[in-house]
Design a protein around this ligand. Structure first.
Ligand code: AMP
Length: 248
């Protein structure tokens, strides 16, 4: 069984992103980049499934500029067997990403497609769902537990107020949530080994996918700073303050 894992290069989660002075975009020049945390969880899960003998090949895929190679090398160091880099400088919206991933999946024919539930830069939470629709495959989003059987994946997903367990016919698209696992740290020997693993290069043109943007960002702005609160002495005071503020 083969797993395809999508890994996105994003701004490191510790970085506080600033808006450019002219409001045209966010400024990510010279900031630390890393693998999207939910994608690390996806790679970790694939590696655990391989270690458990449930799958025998892990292919990591990343779409974007040249530096995505670093993200793919991290996935290879974690335990992916080979990598596919769809190189493009275009800004990729979730639909374009889903179309590119579908094109790669058509070539690779994986039984399980693992993605993060969301990328922490655009926070879209759309790609896995769109990919499942394009592939006409079942989807299990926000997975907190995955059990892989011969022809199906049993996915326990996090939903409002609890969890839900679904049996998905393979091939299926699964997106990872925080509780699924804790990704391993990679050690130096694995980083060295990863340099020798195969990394294939493709382009959107070679995959015959149009990545043209459909959404136009008009302006970026910092979120409003929170105003200081006031303390209420007791319930009556609170009610009076809420009335004065026309909340009740
Ligand atoms: P999003 O729908 O943008 O929040 O992204 C959800 C997931 O789609 C991510 O966690 C990744 O697994 C995958 N993904 C999104 N963009 C890319 C990309 N450029 N390269 C590889 N995977 C991606």
């Amino acid at each position: 069984m083969k797993a395809l894992v999508a890994v996105k290069r994003v701004v490191d989660y510790n970085v506080k992103v600033r808006v450019k002075a002219d409001g045209s975009d966010v400024d990510i020049g010279n900031v630390k980049m890393a693998m999207n945390p939910f994608d690390e969880i996806a790679v970790e899960e694939a590696v655990r499934l391989k270690e458990a003998g449930k799958i025998n090949e892990i292919v990591a895929v990343s779409l974007g500029g040249k530096k995505c190679e670093d993200t793919l090398r991290t996935a290879l160091a974690m335990g992916a067997d080979r990598a596919v880099h769809v190189e493009t400088e275009a800004v990729l919206e979730p639909l374009a990403v889903a179309k590119l991933l579908k094109a790669v999946a058509d070539r690779e024919q994986p039984q399980i497609l693992l993605l993060g539930k969301q990328a922490i830069d655009d926070d879209a939470n759309q790609t896995a769902q769109m990919l499942a629709a394009l592939l006409n495959a079942p989807q299990g989003t926000f997975a907190g537990k995955i059990e892989l059987l011969e022809n199906e994946a049993v996915v326990t997903r996090e939903i409002d107020g609890g969890s839900e367990t679904l049996a998905l016919k393979l091939p299926a698209v699964i997106s990872t949530d925080l509780r699924l696992n804790e990704p391993r740290y990679v050690k130096l020997p694995q980083i060295m080994q990863a340099k020798k693993k195969p990394l294939e290069k493709l382009t959107p043109e070679a995959l015959n996918v149009n990545t043209a943007a459909r959404v136009q960002a008009v302006r970026y702005a910092e979120p409003q700073t929170r105003r200081a609160g006031v303390k209420a002495a007791d319930a009556a005071d609170l009610a009076a303050k809420l009335k004065a503020a026309k909340v009740i």
